[in-house]
Design a protein. Structure first.
Length: 226
């Protein structure tokens, strides 16, 4: 299969996934699962949110036979969203960091709130909460799989995930830049700020900091500001 055909297959598979970014398939996101499927590296029955309908759709796209959902990935079920018990929330921000679609808002040491209209039901926030203040609520009744989730909701979730991924990457680059600037300032004024007076030890420390700075610069994208 040519690269263009492979890319088209991967895109068709991705379009058929519910975009909950729940990672229950064993991959870091829906795009990762789609990539593995397009390469023939895994089975089509690893997406609980898509359920039986999702498996049938993936079978039609890939030509693989329809299989029952792999129980190791979870069970097909009704769609749920989460909400936070305000009386117990300690404002640790761990759930905010875990949410793939920025559906949780709040500040450090302040109560957090779930934007239920954006929650995909991925449940990634549940295991990271240290005080178990996050609860779930079924919102689709008895409907499961794609009956509990629409193509429009999937597309909104995909867009929010893309925006969240871009924001986090930008924040990471900015953090790295600030740390590098801090290290450079320390390097420039090393003699006046260090308790070390021995010239040889001071030079050794300067070389260690300079090497760390060089490694940090090499990690940056060519388009990143220096």
């Amino acid at each position: 299969m040519g690269s263009a055909q492979h890319g088209n297959l991967q895109q068709r598979i991705l379009d058929a996934l519910p975009q909950t970014q729940c990672t229950r398939c064993g991959y870091p996101d829906c795009a990762g699962y789609a990539r593995a499927l397009a390469r023939g590296e895994c089975a089509i029955n690893r997406c609980p949110p898509g359920g039986a309908q999702g498996i049938a759709a993936l079978a039609a796209i890939t030509g693989q036979p329809v299989l029952p959902l792999d129980p190791a990935c979870g069970a097909e079920g009704a769609r749920s969203v989460v909400f936070i018990d305000e009386d117990w929330c300690i404002g640790c921000t761990l759930c905010i960091k875990a949410c793939p679609v920025d559906a949780i808002v709040g500040g450090n040491k302040h109560m957090h709130t779930v934007l239920e209209s954006h929650c995909t039901g991925c449940m990634l926030c549940l295991p990271v909460c240290p005080v178990d203040c996050i609860e779930t609520q079924t919102v689709s009744g008895s409907a499961t799989g794609w009956d509990a989730w629409s193509a429009e909701e999937a597309e909104r979730a995909r867009q929010r995930y893309a925006q969240s991924t871009q924001r986090r990457a930008q924040e990471s680059r900015e953090h790295d830049r600030l740390q590098a600037d801090k290290a450079q300032r320390k390097l420039d004024a090393l003699a006046s700020h260090s308790k070390i007076t021995d010239p040889d030890l001071l030079e050794r420390k300067r070389q260690i900091i300079a090497a760390a700075l060089e490694r940090a610069r090499n990690k940056r994208s060519p388009t990143d500001p220096k």
